[in-house]
Design a protein around this ligand. Sequence first.
Ligand SMILES: Cc1ncc(C[n+]2csc(CCOP(=O)(O)OP(=O)(O)O)c2C)c(N)n1
Ligand SMILES: [Mg+2]
Length: 315
Amino acid sequence: MLQFYRDMLLIRRFEEKAGQLYGMGQIAGFCHLYIGQEAVVTGCRAGMIDGDQMITGYRDHGHMLACGMESRGVMAELTGRSGGYSRGKGGSMHMFSTEKKFYGGHGIVGAQVPLGAGLGFANKYLDNGAVSLAFFGDGASNQGQVYETFNMAKLWDLPVVFVIENNQYAMGTSVERSSAETELHKRGISFEIQGIQVDGMNVLAVRDAAKKAIKHARDGKGPMILEMKTYRYRGHSMSDPAKYRTRDEVTKTRSERDPIDMVKARLIDEGWADTDSLKVIDKEIKEIVTDAADFSLESPEPDPSELWTDVLLEA
Ligand SMILES: Cc1ncc(C[n+]2csc(CCOP(=O)(O)OP(=O)(O)O)c2C)c(N)n1
Ligand SMILES: [Mg+2]
């Protein structure tokens, strides 16, 4: 539980800092924060083993940190500096680390779903025992390519887990307004893919469901769908006026279902930690994030000659 507390807090503080840097004009372009959804990726990572892969859309900083990518390199990519994971040329939505088994970072809604199944196909072909986790949103779950992928993934029993992060909104459109079937875990029924609905604010529930689905995939039984019921506290991106929901709705979720507060309360109730020991962790996390921000501002901008690198692969 302490590890969960630490991992989720790192994502939250990192994202808060990214929001600040954006406000200061240090981050340009798109920036989609993951605040509120921390339990989803943290619990899923806890159900994975080394060698398993993750792929997601543009709300991706939390996934990178969960995969063990360095906060310095992620923040420096956000500020467009050469110390970033894509040497400052990709930004928030375009970072990869094959070493940490993180495959992006995709700006096209839903595009990561067939790619995630492709990773699963490769795993099966190479017989390497790995499982890929493809994360996507409630909005993305209405994309046609998702269903082509479901069909092939089940037809070939690929080792892939589809994680739907149902944060209830796709930009400004609620699930109720956009979806004929709002129970997204049922979306695989016509492909014989079993789905589970999970409290995505509860990291233990997420971890348990992830373990089950990953085992199913690793055992050669094919894909599963996990619908994580979650919530994002911030706007869709930094430029979202959020007129489609009330402030009360956000405040209520924050006060009643916050994934980090829930773990904190449990740690204290069970006597596993006290407020002082948690404060020590808070301080450590703050230092990591401050260090990442300093690094991201001190790192030089990419040299103009970098315009011509990483464009074509020289054979
Ligand atoms: C193919 C495509 N259509 C539309 C967009 C514009 N767009 C970006 S994010 C988004 C909403 C997706 O919402 P959801 O899948 O629920 O993910 P969330 O942002 O909530 O994490 C849309 C429509 C896009 N990037 N790609
Ligand atoms: Mg959404």
